[in-house]
Design a binder for this molecule. Structure first.
Ligand SMILES: Nc1ncnc2c1ncn2[C@@H]1O[C@H](COP(=O)(O)OP(=O)(O)OP(=O)(O)O)[C@@H](O)[C@H]1O
Ligand SMILES: Cc1ncsc1CCO
Ligand SMILES: [Mg+2]
Length: 264
């Protein structure tokens, strides 16, 4: 039987051989870091995010990320048009509903994007609970709920998109129509650098063209990022050097490292 780690290693090899073009409409805080994460991993980032070009580019890209972190009304319209274009072209796309829960614009945009059927919704527990329509607002961009508490909300979103929902936290949970998978790997330092969750959404989009199912892409992305974070933590002195070490670790992470993946 092929192990989870072997499956992830196989997908990582395919990603690196394919250099997927990943279009990111993401927030102003994390744009540069996200591009560097994708490059370190072996993907090709393209932050094509203006209203005229983004919908056109979605049919050329191999995967698309739409991240609601720093929205305005024009960006929101670009996101809707790009999600529609990705859907029409069959390009897998990932929705990161940053800080959805009790904020007027992003709550409305999140609710409009879910029926456009993102391949993967990736957020922390509070964001996933709020996006599902349940009460669960976090504290700004941070979660105040456990990922276990978000599993029902994730399943209800899966029922509406037909894709997968990846809930991040100390234990990540990846939910689709066939059940829930968990990953316990990772390190708390990941929460001390802004945008590690945002980068995870981009990594999911990079894996999506190679994975059999959206949940497989989310699982592989979470596995690779959390293992790379463990490798980075071994060399880092604090959040600053951790961010740099994380890029180096994403570049070198390989099958032997993935064998330490902690599932369940
Ligand atoms: N306490 C923790 N221990 C281990 N790993 C963690 C912990 N908290 C988060 N992670 C990992 O960090 C990554 C990002 O998850 P997190 O829930 O922090 O995202 P987020 O809140 O959306 O982050 P951001 O908005 O800053 O980008 C995931 O891969 C997750 O596994
Ligand atoms: C800090 C922050 N604020 C809006 S987006 C963002 C990046 C982490 O989600
Ligand atoms: Mg986030």
């Amino acid at each position: 039987m092929v192990s989870d780690a072997d499956q992830v290693a196989e997908l990582l090899a395919r990603l690196r051989a394919g250099t997927p073009l990943v279009q990111c409409i993401t927030n102003a805080v994390v744009t540069g870091f996200t591009a560097n994460v994708l490059l370190a991993l072996g993907a090709a980032p393209a932050m094509v995010d203006n209203r005229e070009e983004a919908p056109v580019f979605a049919s050329v890209a191999d995967g698309v990320l739409i991240n609601l972190g720093t929205l305005d009304a024009e960006v929101a319209q670009t996101m809707r048009l790009t999600a529609e274009a990705a859907g029409a072209a069959g390009t897998p796309w990932v929705l990161d509903p940053v800080a959805v829960g009790g904020l007027p614009l992003r709550d409305r945009v999140g609710a409009e994007l879910v029926p456009l059927r993102p391949s993967v919704i990736r957020g922390n527990a509070s964001e996933v609970i709020s996006l599902s329509g349940a009460e669960g607002g976090g504290r700004g961009v941070d979660s105040t709920a456990s990922t276990e508490a978000a599993v029902d909300a994730a399943a209800s979103l899966v029922g509406r998109t037909g894709g997968a929902v990846a809930v991040s936290g100390p234990v990540d949970r990846i939910v689709d129509g066939s059940g829930v998978r968990t990953i316990a790997s990772g390190t708390p330092t990941m929460t001390m650098v802004t945008g590690v969750g945002c980068a995870l959404g981009a990594i999911v989009a990079a894996f999506a063209p190679y994975a059999e199912t959206p949940a497989d892409a989310a699982f592989a992305a979470t596995a690779v990022l959390t293992i790379a974070a463990e490798l980075a933590d071994e060399k880092a002195d604090g959040p600053g050097s951790f961010a740099v070490q994380l890029l180096d670790a994403l570049h070198r992470v390989g099958p032997a490292d993935l064998a330490r993946l902690r599932v369940g």
